[in-house]
Design a binder for this molecule. Structure first.
Ligand SMILES: Nc1nc2c(ncn2[C@@H]2O[C@H](COP(=O)(O)OP(=O)(O)OP(=O)(O)O)[C@@H](O)[C@H]2O)c(=O)[nH]1
Ligand SMILES: O=C([O-])CC(=O)C(=O)O
Ligand SMILES: [Mn+2]
Length: 656
């Protein structure tokens, strides 16, 4: 198999990494054992071998690493992983005066995004995975995995990372253990999830956990027992990202990147958690979570689902341009929500960090993200400046004269003009959530926050209005089920192609998507109608005839957020004025209800943003019907009824 070595070319003098304080011993409870010698992980004073230890031993016997070490998330461990990665050439230390505590990684050029075509849901029955997932028969897949993972860690260290999704011990939180032969994945997990002695203690005490096995699939010993050279970014041409939703297991092979490798994120917190949530009456969603405070000081919580690279991080860190409004960040990618005893939907962000898209993130678009990234960041696949800092398209208005691009090659603006971006379009930053200046003080409260509004969005150049409110919960579920969006660089595939992405969960549902819709309808029933979240649809990406965006987006999205929060207030009689009128596709702002004061919109842009082209919408309805038909009779009747009502409204002609 051809592997392109990807050494980070050192083009500038850079400081030595400070010497390692990690040389202090790791806590006894976290000390490692060798995989194959039969020694179990046991805490002092205990003789019982825990389920976790037994499982780790079993994986070690299969994958045959040289060492097995338990990572407890302390600073000493972070340091040790960083040093290992710097020495291996995976991490390049950035200039500490410009970007303290920060590093650049360059992945293998073919390992840059989630690989949906190699992502599998292995439920017992094919129809439980549904037509939108790649299904494989579990026993067959297990045999394939056994072959792939056999000896896959030979010559490497296996890191065992016990983690919590959600605050440790919280009522909505869950534990997992990722074993991985990638120090980069282990280090990233320390930022993206909660890893610490408290988690270690819980799994050692026998608390339930989701087992997640990860290998880059590049052993350092060949079949003849000869040692092989390592590369800066090990991975394999063959890749598998596999989920067994019924036994709640994850097996990921061959990739070191993002959602393929940080298994707490898409694999656990969405695919496995969505299956748990279906069984237990809650929701695991691809959503951001914010608190909005009105000028009067009233607080509301908004959860919003947009497909990958469609603006969640940006909206999560929104700096309102509307005076008096405040937005605080609670989460930027994943939300777990559950009806509480009062019939309110309570939400937590199960993650502890942001794995955000770099390109397009700049002082003018997302100042809170820029402030978050000042120190202690791992950047992957962005460009390197001559003074040892990072750069990507959209970071600054001016383009540096010279860079080293994400592949490690010289780059000048002429290369950019020739269509070779300096940063990969899916280049990302990994950073702790509490570094964000707009993070809410109570962002990691275990009980979570009550959700008042749910928003669905996509990237649509045409048709979909800037904002519309659902007529009912059922209509809201219909809006979620019918999201389509232009493809982005967050996964393999052709950027710009329109595809269905129901609930922004197309690549993330661990079970039949139509059952997911039915589940949403059911959860709605469990909520108090008085406080049940109002549902909205937004589209920041509608374009005019000249191909430019009609809506300025970013901070100006606060105007849309303000309108939808006012709609929530109206539904609860906090306000008694009218703010909306019906259109065929939903309730839209009454003239003047959407505050566009001081906004420099092109002539007619506001009308264009809300225009409903009946012919195109009827075509869209036909496509929705075809889409629904792929799920056969599992589509809830309520959604078929919503489709019929939409057609009826469209053909009834304009209303006044
Ligand atoms: N035109 C326009 N672009 C936006 C807006 N919000 C975000 N974007 C761009 O969309 C891209 C991705 O945005 P993110 O906020 O990182 O996307 P995300 O939904 O968090 O993505 P994942 O992390 O992949 O799930 C960036 O290049 C942004 O600059 C907006 O309001 N208008
Ligand atoms: O999972 C990833 O690699 C990044 C992400 O948030 C997405 O693709 O939605
Ligand atoms: Mn995402």
């Amino acid at each position: 198999m051809a592997m392109t070595a990807n050494p980070l070319r050192t083009r500038l003098p850079h400081p030595e990494v400070p010497s390692a304080p990690y040389l202090q011993p790791v806590p006894e409870a976290a000390q490692g054992t060798r995989g194959s010698d039969g020694t179990a992980f046991a805490r002092p004073g205990r003789t019982a071998t825990t389920a976790a230890a037994t499982w780790v031993e079993r994986i070690a016997d299969l994958t045959r690493p040289d060492d097995v070490v338990w990572v407890d998330g302390t600073d000493a461990w972070r340091r040790r992983l960083v040093d290992t990665l710097v020495e291996a050439g995976t991490l390049f230390p950035l200039n500490p005066e410009l970007r303290p505590g920060s590093y650049l990684a360059r992945s293998h050029p073919d390992d840059v995004a989630r690989i949906e075509s190699r992502t599998f849901i292995c439920s017992e029955r094919e129809q439980d995975a549904g037509p939108t997932n790649n299904w494989r028969e579990p026993a067959t897949m297990r045999a394939v995995l056994r072959g792939a993972f056999a000896g896959s860690m030979h010559g490497r260290t296996m890191y065992v990372v016990p983690f919590s999704m959600g605050p440790v011990g919280g009522p909505l939180s869950r534990l997992g253990i990722q074993v991985t032969d990638s120090a980069y994945a282990a280090l990233s997990m320390l930022t993206m999830t909660r890893v610490g002695p408290d988690v270690l203690r819980r799994v050692a005490d026998g608390e339930e956990f989701v087992p997640a096995v990860h290998s880059v699939g590049m052993p350092l010993v060949d079949d003849a027992g000869e040692a092989l050279d390592d590369v800066a970014w090990p991975c394999s041409e063959t890749k598998y990202v596999v989920h067994f939703p019924e036994s709640r297991e994850i097996w990921s092979y061959g990739s070191g990147y993002g959602g393929n490798a940080l298994l707490g994120k898409k694999c656990f917190a969405l695919r496995i958690a969505s299956a748990m949530a279906r069984d237990e009456g809650w929701l695991a969603e691809h959503m951001l979570l914010v608190r909005v405070t009105t000028p009067e000081g009233r607080r509301y919580h908004v959860a919003a689902a947009f497909p990958s690279a469609c603006g969640k991080t940006n909206l999560a860190m929104l700096r309102p341009t509307l005076p008096g409004w405040q937005v605080e960040t609670l989460g930027d990618d994943i939300v777990w929500m559950r009806p509480d005893a009062d019939g309110r939907l309570r939400a937590i962000n199960p993650e502890a960090g942001f794995f955000g898209v770099a390109p397009g993130t700049g002082e003018s678009t997302n100042p809170a993200a820029i402030a978050t990234l000042r120190r202690d960041v791992i950047f992957t696949n962005v460009a390197l400046t001559d003074d040892g800092d990072v750069w990507w398209e959209g970071l600054t208005d001016e383009t540096p004269e010279h860079l080293v691009d994400w592949r490690g090659e010289d780059w000048t603006p002429a290369d950019g003009a020739a269509g070779r971006p300096a940063a990969h379009p899916n280049s990302r930053f990994t950073v702790a959530a509490d570094q964000c200046p707009t993070i809410a003080d109570d962002w990691d409260s275990p009980e979570g926050v009550p959700v008042d509004a749910i928003v669905f969005g996509g990237r649509r150049a045409t048709n979909v209005p800037l904002v519309a409110q659902a007529f009912s919960w059922e209509h809201g579920v219909f809006l979620g089920a019918t999201i389509s969006s232009e493809r982005t660089a967050a996964a393999e595939g052709t950027v710009g192609e329109l595809r269905r992405d129901p609930f922004a969960m197309l690549p993330f549902a661990g079970y039949n998507m139509a059952d997911h819709w039915a589940h949403w309808l059911e959860v709605g029933q469990a909520l108090d109608p008085q406080t049940r979240p109002k549902v909205f649809q937004v589209n920041w990406f509608r374009k005019g005839d000249d191909g430019s965006f009609l809506w300025p987006g970013f901070g100006e999205n606060s105007r849309v957020v303000a309108w939808l929060v006012r709609q929530v207030e109206r539904s609860r009689a906090v306000r008694l004025d009218r703010g909306a009128e019906p259109s065929a596709v939903g309730l839209v702002p009454l003239d003047g209800a959407l505050d566009v004061d001081g906004l420099d919109l092109a002539d007619g842009a506001l009308d264009d943003l809300f225009a409903v082209d009946v012919e195109r919408w009827l075509t869209e309805c036909d496509l929705t019907e075809q889409f629904f038909d792929t799920f056969g009779d599992r589509v809830p009747a309520a959604l078929r009824e919503q489709l019929a009502s939409l057609r009826a409204r469209l053909t009834a002609g304009p209303r006044d």
